[in-house]
Design a protein around this ligand. Structure first.
Ligand SMILES: [Zn+2]
Length: 305
């Protein structure tokens, strides 16, 4: 434990452990106030979720995720090539309510779906993609940009199929994983995302899983492919520090009812007391001795996100 935010969330999780199920939701608000722009409270009652009850889920690592990306502190690296993305729509297998988030799993038995180039030395296969979101539009993303919080964030999780035999081995290995992060902002309706959202009523409860029709994940990427990259970790236990993060600068737009569809899912299983699946993001972690590199040159004035 080397930082104050760890201590705070640890103390909070003890509180929640004692009060789980009895604490009114308006009291579950230990999130940080933002000092810039409109004050935004990130409602961090994620600690109440059983996923975070194991003490091992609060490690004192040196390269944890997510982080706040400070635009002006990121370093343009002209050696960073464009990321090459090639996904096979037919590789999508299932949509799954994991009890913490909503995830689509892919067939990763071959190299047909994956990424290379950019900051990566090898080809990485797409294993799954999932989303994190808030209870309201003012919070929900895991990463932030100049302390700006988006309502949701998409993660496409890839593993290094050159160095490792399978996802499990890669997940704890050096340069094992590469995760693309895409911010979702409120705006126009996203037609491709809507295809996925149609299955959500079928996976409302924890552990529900349904087959999905072929879906092209690259439809969820922004048109502008500028990105930041930094070395980090998984943002759910086991929080392995094996991830090369690639965060696209530009968000994609989604409509209000599409965010509402995420929030209609449940943390709870069939027959349990209903708990809305919201605020399934991890709090920000300290940057420590890390550099965030950008594939693009920051304009003088720094337009912000
Ligand atoms: Zn994630």
């Amino acid at each position: 434990m080397s930082c104050g935010s760890h201590a705070t969330s640890s103390a909070f999780s003890v509180l929640v452990r004692r009060r789980w199920g009895a604490l009114p939701s308006h009291l579950l608000r230990p999130g940080r106030w933002r000092s810039r722009g409109p004050c935004v409270l990130r409602k961090s009652d994620h600690a109440a979720h059983p996923l975070w009850k194991d003490p091992a889920s609060l490690p004192g690592g040196t390269r944890q995720s997510p982080i706040n990306i400070r635009w002006r502190d990121s370093v343009y690296d002209p050696r960073l090539q464009p990321l090459r993305v090639s996904y096979d729509a037919a590789a999508c297998l299932h949509a799954w309510n994991t009890g913490y988030l909503f995830q689509v799993e892919l067939d990763d038995s071959s190299d047909r779906s994956g990424i290379s180039g950019g900051p990566l030395e090898n080809h990485y296969r797409l294993r799954q993609f999932h989303f994190h979101w808030g209870a309201a539009n003012e919070w929900g993303s895991e990463h932030t940009v100049d302390e700006h919080v988006y309502p949701a964030e998409l993660h496409l999780v890839h593993w290094n199929a050159v160095k490792y035999r399978d996802y499990q081995e890669a997940a704890t290995g050096e340069r094992g994983l590469a995760v693309i992060g895409v911010f979702l902002k409120l705006g126009a309706r996203h037609e491709a995302l809507q295809e996925l959202l149609e299955v959500l009523p079928d996976i409302k409860h924890k552990d529900a899983r349904v087959p999905v029709r072929p879906f092209q994940p690259s439809c969820l990427l922004p048109a502008c492919r500028d990105y930041w990259t930094y070395p980090g970790s998984l943002t759910t236990p086991p929080l392995s520090e094996s991830v090369t993060w690639i965060i696209y600068k530009k968000p994609i737009e989604v409509a209000q009812d599409q965010l509402a569809a995420f929030r209609s899912l449940l943390f709870s299983a069939l027959g349990e007391k209903e708990e809305a699946m919201v605020n399934n993001y991890r709090p920000l972690q300290p940057l420590m001795d890390r550099e965030v590199r950008s594939s693009f040159q920051a304009p003088e004035d720094g337009p912000g996100p």
